[in-house]
Design a protein around this ligand. Structure first.
Ligand code: BGP
Length: 486
């Protein structure tokens, strides 16, 4: 007998507003930081331009035009059997500048209608409040998240949507991959402290920042912690049934050798890259190792009166994360580093890598599910996972993607094993269930979807949607509640 997942397990997919909606200046929407990133590719980093230049290509401006096609897309998700769909609200559709007195009604109605479409099919929306973007005006005029005023602007925006969508949404996430702010390029990528000058987002080499910029980045992160805790509390006050989670990029590291120095360095990396943010959001306070870390980095976190109480009162209800790959840590300088999912690690000789150099490691998912559940003992969701790959459209229009099916199969098996271990995993929303703009490179060709979108890296294409082989495979998996992975 094949093993099924627990009854009520939520199956779905994940997207983010700036990577799929397009319509960047339609319906009263304001400019977001994501609108300022040009396209790149595997070799060329994306550029952030302070002004939108008419001769440059900004892939998020049109993206896959889901703004106008969400009904068709949600119908396809329903056909696969989704019971949950992770999406984000573009803050700039609700408050175009971020500091507006009144919200933009057209933006509010857009998401209302989208959520109602989900409900029509019995799909539970899982809504990220801030997915790698914020109103550009807040960056330009206030300096972004390093300015504490953003806490109030964000809280106001969240309270509006908590009230507007009461009854339509149950699950909320505050900041996407908040722990990316621990990395030097994090402030720019996460849209938190974007500069008023042009910058190249080169995450493959060392992203340079001055000591002042580093200090600003960590204080911006602190402000996001405070903002997150505040809105967790507001959500519970507005509707006690609301469930609010954190969202972190899961950076799994193994010691490259049993040399104790590699083991200690790995422990430290896991603390800094993952647990520091998780501990603040789940436990409501900075962990014991935060002080030595900030001292080492020459960073001073400016606590305002009441911050400690706010953090304590805003602990999340569940923990969510993205998981794509793992890497190794070596203290031996002569060991070669390789690019992984946003951080440098040493290649693991036991794992293969994707075309973009992300190492594939399904066992790492079982490992981290056990680590996280053992540490926090609250429900977990995997809200991003998948393989970014180049797909080929056959002459008859079909798309065969066995590599993606294999990736999903292995990771779903690992999830099942973790559940058998006793982990309380409640949902799975693989990333980019429909092809969309890559966040790190701005490409279309790095595809994750089970639904193909006809568009290329230069923005050409009909935007037509086509079911890939993985579409039918995932549908079968969902129908059997994870039992049929053949
Ligand atoms: C995560 C982001 C997503 C998404 C994904 C895949 O870090 O939260 O927005 O894009 O990674 O990454 P990429 O698009 O760079 O392949």
């Amino acid at each position: 007998m094949k093993q099924t997942f627990p009854k009520g397990f939520l199956w779905g997919g994940a997207t983010a507003a700036n990577q799929c909606e397009g319509a960047w200046n339609v319906g009263g929407k304001g400019e977001s930081t994501a609108d300022h990133f040009t396209a790149g590719d595997r070799k060329t980093p994306r550029r952030y331009t302070a002004k939108i230049e008419s001769d440059l290509y900004y892939p998020c401006h049109e993206a896959i035009d889901m703004y106008h096609r969400y009904k068709e897309d949600i119908a396809l998700f329903a056909e696969m059997g989704f019971t949950i769909y992770r999406l984000s609200i573009a803050w700039t559709r609700i408050f175009p500048n971020g500091d507006d007195k009144e919200p933009n009604q057209e933006g509010i109605e857009f998401y209302r209608s989208l959520f109602m479409e989900c409900k029509k099919y019995g799909i539970e929306p899982l809504v990220t409040l801030s997915h790698y973007e914020m109103p550009y005006h807040l960056v330009k005029e206030y300096g972004g998240w390093a300015n504490r005023q953003c806490i109030d602007f964000f809280t106001k925006y969240c309270e509006v949507v908590f009230k507007e969508y009461n009854g339509l949404v149950k699950y909320w996430l505050t900041f996407n991959e908040i722990n990316v702010m621990m990395q030097p390029f994090g402030g720019l990528m996460a849209g938190g402290i974007t500069s008023s000058e042009d910058v190249t987002l080169d995450i493959k080499t060392d992203f340079k920042e001055t000591p002042e910029e580093k200090n600003r980045r960590f204080n911006a992160l602190h402000n996001q912690f405070v903002a997150s805790a505040k809105v967790v509390k507001s959500a519970h006050d507005i509707n006690p049934e609301y469930q609010v989670g954190c969202m972190l990029v899961c950076i799994v590291s193994y010691p490259f050798t049993p040399n104790p120095s590699d083991v200690i360095a790995t422990q430290r990396a896991m603390q800094i890259n993952n647990y520091l943010c998780g501990d603040v959001m789940v436990r409501g306070q900075y962990p014991y190792y935060a002080k030595s870390f900030f001292d080492q980095e020459g960073v001073t976190i400016e606590f305002a009166d009441g911050d400690e109480e706010v953090l304590k009162a805003g602990c999340v209800d569940f923990y969510t994360f993205s998981y794509y790959s793992s890497g190794c840590i070596s203290t031996d300088e002569s060991v070669l580093k390789t690019a992984g999912n946003m951080v440098f690690g040493v290649a693991n000789p036991y794992c293969k890598a994707s075309d973009w150099g992300w190492q594939i490691d399904a066992d790492g998912l079982r490992y981290i599910l056990n680590e996280l559940y053992g540490r926090y003992e609250i429900p977990l969701m995997i809200v991003e996972n998948g393989l970014g790959a180049i797909d080929t459209v056959e002459e008859d229009g079909s798309i065969h993607d066995p590599y993606r099916i294999e990736y999903l199969r292995q990771h779903i098996k690992a999830m099942r094993e973790a559940i058998e271990d006793g982990v309380d995993l409640i949902a799975y929303t693989p990333w980019g269930c429909i092809d969309l703009i890559s966040n790190s490179t701005g490409e279309m060709h790095k595809r994750y979807g089970m639904i193909y979108v006809d568009k290329d890296n230069d923005g050409n294409g009909t935007l037509k949607r086509t079911r890939k082989d993985s579409f039918y495979w995932y549908k079968k998996c969902i129908m059997s509640n994870g039992a049929d992975l053949d």
